[in-house]
Design a protein around this ligand. Structure first.
Ligand code: NAP
Length: 369
């Protein structure tokens, strides 16, 4: 029996163009192949950034498609529908890095106590953290309630955890203020929550920079001592030694911060590129920042604490973050490829309500009320 499937693909040199590519899987899989039907995945600006830097950072290589097009990866959950691997059963559910598609075909060598690695040839040279799939039936942290929160926040939280640890190791660069751009983003929120724990002892202020429309939202989060909109950057106290953590990537904001803070900018950490249409500007930047490459920091932490020690520390910090924010999270659900297309287009063009956390059920259709 043939299984009809589809991929949601974007044009690599013009992210505004998207289309569905239909395909068919045979139910006769080769040895060690497993077909997963994707249930749901999260969608935040991080996924747009995967597309923006898809070539440079190899994101298009995870799920290859037609020439000139790419499939944006997303964190989510899928169920096994056909298995030709002795240790994987139909009905098992796995969390991991999926294509924005109806299905994913994987090739598995070895199944461990907690999951498997996709050993498909095209993925073998890519970082392991993206190729590992967690068996949610064997992991008590996954419940119907936590699945969405883990898909949306967990991958972002890990980066925030690593930045927080890096800053604390560096004694916060002896700064008296830490400025975070795109302060409304989920990764920034997680970082601000983590940094808030060190504020008293290390005597720094946390300042959130955001767009005018999001100032109220950021202020009400309660993590930041001060919230400033991008067009009021000149109001900053630039006589203070400062760290900048940049999630926006906006050229003009970088330029202004570098000029105003000058020698007082003691660490300029480049993490995100949400404002992807404004990454370039007329004036060249006086200083280069330091790109934050999360996998390198993961490797360092795992060397220091061991793999399980690293997981344990993240687990504790994650629980504290969830306890702090879970009552404020508003999950917005999307159904099917058409709704995904609209969400993608809105997100790409910055039409985003930071109050919402998006989950896409790619194989379902919206129930009519
Ligand atoms: N290097 C790493 O390892 C790593 C890991 C995790 C995340 N990141 C990056 O961190 C960034 C934040 O990701 P996220 O998923 O946390 O974002 P998110 O929660 O979806 O962020 C939404 C916010 O980003 C800003 N924004 C989004 N799209 C925009 C657009 N088209 N134009 C201008 N502003 C826009 C707005 O914030 P404001 O109004 O406040 O500016 C918006 O409220 C992404 O670039 C992501 O790739 C990097």
């Amino acid at each position: 029996m043939a299984i009809n499937a589809f991929d949601f693909v974007v044009k690599i040199d013009d992210l505004q163009q998207t289309k569905l590519v239909e395909k068919v899987y045979s139910d006769e899989l080769s040895s060690n192949e497993v077909l997963l039907k994707i249930d749901k995945f999260s969608f935040t600006s991080n996924n747009i950034t995967y597309g923006v830097v898809g070539d440079k950072m190899n994101y298009w290589k995870f799920f290859p498609t037609e020439y000139g097009f790419g499939i944006i990866p997303a964190w989510g959950l899928a169920d096994v529908v056909i298995s030709n691997h002795p240790d994987v059963q139909v009905g098992q559910r796995f969390y991991g890095y999926y294509p924005m598609s109806s299905h994913l075909l994987v090739t598995i060598n070895y199944v461990s106590n907690n999951g498997f690695v996709d050993n498909s040839v095209h993925r073998q040279a890519l970082p392991l953290i993206y190729n590992f799939y967690t068996n949610t039936n064997l992991d008590p942290t996954f419940t119907p309630k936590t699945e969405n929160l883990i898909s949306i926040f967990r991958p972002l939280f890990v980066t925030s955890f690593l930045i927080d640890y890096h800053l604390s190791e560096q004694n916060f660069y002896k700064s008296s203020q830490i400025l975070i751009t795109s302060a409304s983003s989920k990764t920034a929120q997680a970082l601000a929550c983590l940094l808030a724990r060190h504020k008293k002892k290390n005597a720094f202020n946390l300042i959130g920079l955001t767009s005018k429309k999001n100032v109220k939202f950021v202020r009400e989060l309660g993590w930041y001592d001060q919230t400033i909109s991008y067009d009021s950057v000149a109001e900053l106290n630039y006589d203070e030694k400062s760290v900048v953590i940049d999630f926006a990537g906006n050229h003009n904001t970088q330029f202004q911060l570098q000029i105003l803070l000058s020698e007082n900018l003691v660490y300029n950490c480049l993490v995100g590129l949400v404002d992807w249409k404004n990454l370039k500007g007329e004036s060249s930047l006086p200083k280069k920042g330091e790109f934050f490459f999360a996998p390198a920091h993961v490797a360092k932490c795992q060397k220091e604490w061991g793999v399980s020690g690293f997981q344990q520390r993240i687990g504790i910090a994650w629980q504290q973050f969830m306890d702090a924010i879970h009552s404020t999270i508003s999950i917005k659900e999307y159904f099917g490829a058409q709704e995904l297309q609209k969400l993608y287009s809105d997100m790409l063009n910055g039409d985003i309500d930071p109050n919402n956390s998006n989950i896409v059920y790619i194989n379902k259709t919206r129930k009519r009320s």
